[in-house]
Write a protein that binds this ligand. Sequence first.
Ligand SMILES: [Zn+2]
Length: 396
Amino acid sequence: MRAGRFAWGTGRVAWGVGLAAVVVSLGVGVGWAVRDTTPPELWLEAPARVAAGEPFEVFVSASKPVTFVLRYGDERIERVAEELRATLVALAGRAVLQVDAVDGTGAGALLAREIDGRRRPEPRLEAPAVLEAGDPLVAWVRLDPSTAAASLAEVRSLTLTLDGEPLPLLARPDGWVALRGVALDAAPGTWALTLRLVDEFGPLEPVDWPIEVRSNPRPVDELNVPAGTLALVTPAAREEEAAVLAAALARVPPEPRWAEPFLLPVEGRDTSGFGDPRRYAPGGNVSYHLGADIAAPTGTPILATNDGIVRVAGFYPIKGGWVVLDHGQRLTSHHFHLAHIDVAVGDVVVRGDVIGQVGSTGLSTGPHLHWEMRVDGVPTDPMAWIGQRYPLVVRP
Ligand SMILES: [Zn+2]
């Protein structure tokens, strides 16, 4: 007990000193508690969507010095600081970025953010490597099919150029398609097809695709068309038909009207090839045969090669009975020398509908169908279209 009393006495003394000490330490303690014993506050700057496989920046700051531990996938960064700046490589898919911060007293804070790692599209260009004058040029752009659309970066723009000139690119269910004709008098050379894609993260590396273009290799056909028949070709007749053609082509919209493969309009004998250079009379100028001739008896029905709208339907001096179908996407089909026309301008036709009958009207020496397939008015090989939605010409 004595010891206890003594102790108490001492204690009393000690208490007096202790009280002052407590007051002092309280004074220090208030300030210290605000800085050090409340949990640190954290701020995080990180993108919500990132390009998978590519670096991105994160920035974390705390209200006071802390030990940061940043985790993202297998990545772990630990640092004592008030700020942390890090460059991370984006994971594919949704992944959590987590930041722990602990101060000197053991008070901690935690922030977590989900980051959506979007795969960048991998565009593939499908186009011919070699083309001849008169071939249709079809180029497809497809995105990597192994990539689920849900995790793909948003495509902002897609442009295809041919020697620097933009080619209209049309969205179809199975990709984007561009269509051009190689003119029959095209000079040989290399055409540069270039695809540029910009997604939400910026432009991708352009895809370059060179196309070797060969000139028309066919020998000149010497035709001996009777002078009486050739007399049909007058400047006035040419001008009239050219004006009708230009007006028809001007109305063809960029969107296709067809969905099915093209069909042969007449069953018959292929008598004259597309693109053959020819002289109508000895010593005359060489001109190209802009269509395919299919010989068939007069009256044989001619079928619409695909869905379309009738833009020309009438009888003209050189082309004779002439029907032009507008298939959309700058594509038209042309039929000459008809004996009879079964459609009128403005009619909507469905693939396989009868549009007229084979004849030998106009500049013709026997019953046949002269059939053209033109892209932007440029004649392309009609046979390349048979059984195809878009012909992909393969030349060795
Ligand atoms: Zn012909």
